[in-house]
Design a protein around this ligand. Structure first.
Ligand code: 13P
Ligand code: SF4
Length: 381
């Protein structure tokens, strides 16, 4: 039976001419485009058990390891961990895939995650359950228009979010994920560099507020996080006065302003484990709830509202493209080798430069080493 296809609206800043600084900073230059997602139907209990056995066997036979994101189906998260793979945020997915000895990486997530894995490990085979799983940030930042935006700001260091195509990464000085964006921009700002940021407008604004960076920003948005509503969140907080609020920084500024902790998916998990509250309201994709609940059995996790008076009612707080990753698709690509990610080798070499910088920067930070030398001389200043 064919999987149902759902239509998805996303925003894209209007093409050149309107991509001047004022238009981007006001956020007025976006228009609506359409994409789609093919979401597999849920297997029966018997089918699930059989598919999981098949995947376990194929992982061994194909010398493969699973690399899953926190937003994919719980089965793909649990199976990854059970078989020696990883479930994590996008930064750790990249690092794990690069460092693992398996010859095949099976990336359950969205396209940019598979591409990053391939760029970092060009000699490995990288498979994805569905190569059409994309991201509104990637779709909303086409390379040619982004390149024109960069050309308009030659004096700025280009910092791009991981949720972008290989071609956009190749144009960047730095790549960041939400777990290291503040640290990288702070270090660049300390060196007097001015920043060109893309593509997520909310994360960009958050970075600017937190670091005081001189930034111009692309105006993309995540269709999931853009829908969290501050007004309704405040009402929910009144109903749960002891609850701590955990927010992913792709959310709007008025939602971030209500947070007790703001950060990447891993940072949200860490905050939930660290904080001694028993109730949490979570403003991120609800795929995250699986890990939050299994690692914190005594705590209650409530989804932040995406509906209500101020809502457009587009969102169910689950990424339609993350939802394209299913057990049957995973087993199929392992069996047949379909769903292989390819990145043009010369493009991959260029895109790898900012990714390697990010991985070197975050490794130094983790080991308590100075990051100044890594940042020094890289960028427009
Ligand atoms: P993380 O890097 O926090 O896992 O985020 C990736 C993503 O796509 C969030 O929507
Ligand atoms: Fe992209 Fe948002 Fe989906 Fe993450 S949740 S992959 S940012 S559309």
């Amino acid at each position: 039976m064919a999987s149902p296809v759902i239509r998805v609206e996303y925003e894209q800043p209007a093409p050149s001419g309107r991509l001047d600084r004022a238009a981007n900073e006001s956020g007025a230059a976006c228009d609506t485009r359409h994409a789609w997602a093919r979401v597999p139907s849920e297997p029966s209990a018997a089918e699930r058990a059989a598919l999981k056995d098949r995947v376990r066997r194929l992982l061994v036979e194909r010398d493969a390891v699973m690399v899953s994101h926190f937003y994919v189906h719980p089965d793909l998260q649990d199976l990854a961990e059970e078989t020696g793979g990883i479930v994590s945020d996008s930064l750790e997915m990249a690092r794990f895939g690069r460092d693992h000895r398996a010859r095949t990486l099976v990336v359950s997530g969205v396209r940019f995650m598979g591409e990053t894995a391939k760029i970092l490990s060009p000699d490995k085979r990288v498979l994805m359950p569905d190569l059409d799983a994309t991201c509104s940030l990637d779709l909303g930042c086409p390379e040619d228009e982004f390149s024109r935006f960069c050309d308009q700001h030659p004096d700025r260091t280009v910092v791009v979010y991981a949720n972008t195509s290989a071609a956009v990464k190749a144009r960047a000085d730095w790549l960041v994920t939400s777990s290291c964006a503040l640290d990288v921009v702070r270090a660049l700002t300390a060196q007097g560099q001015k920043i060109l940021w893309a593509p997520d407008r909310h994360l960009g604004d958050y970075i600017r507020r937190e670091t005081g960076a001189d930034m111009v920003s692309w105006q993309g948005a995540c269709i999931v996080h853009d829908e969290f509503k501050a007004l309704e969140l405040e009402l929910l907080m009144k109903e749960h006065p002891g609850a701590k609020v955990l927010v992913h920084p792709e959310s709007p500024a008025d939602v971030i302003a209500l947070a007790d902790a703001v950060g990447s998916t891993s940072a949200i998990l860490g905050a939930a484990q660290r904080m001694d509250a028993t109730e949490f309201i979570v403003a991120t994709d609800n795929g995250m709830l699986h890990k939050l609940r299994t690692l914190n059995p005594g705590k209650t996790f409530i989804e932040a509202p995406t509906g209500g008076n101020s809502a457009t009612c587009k969102s169910c707080a689950h990424c339609p493209w993350m939802a394209m990753n299913g057990l049957a698709e995973l087993a199929r690509v392992l069996e047949t080798g379909a769903g292989e990610v390819h990145v043009d080798p010369s493009l991959g070499l260029r895109a790898r430069v900012p990714i390697d910088r990010m991985l070197a920067f975050t490794a130094a930070l983790k080991n308590g080493q100075p990051v100044g030398a890594i940042v020094d001389g890289i960028g427009a200043a």
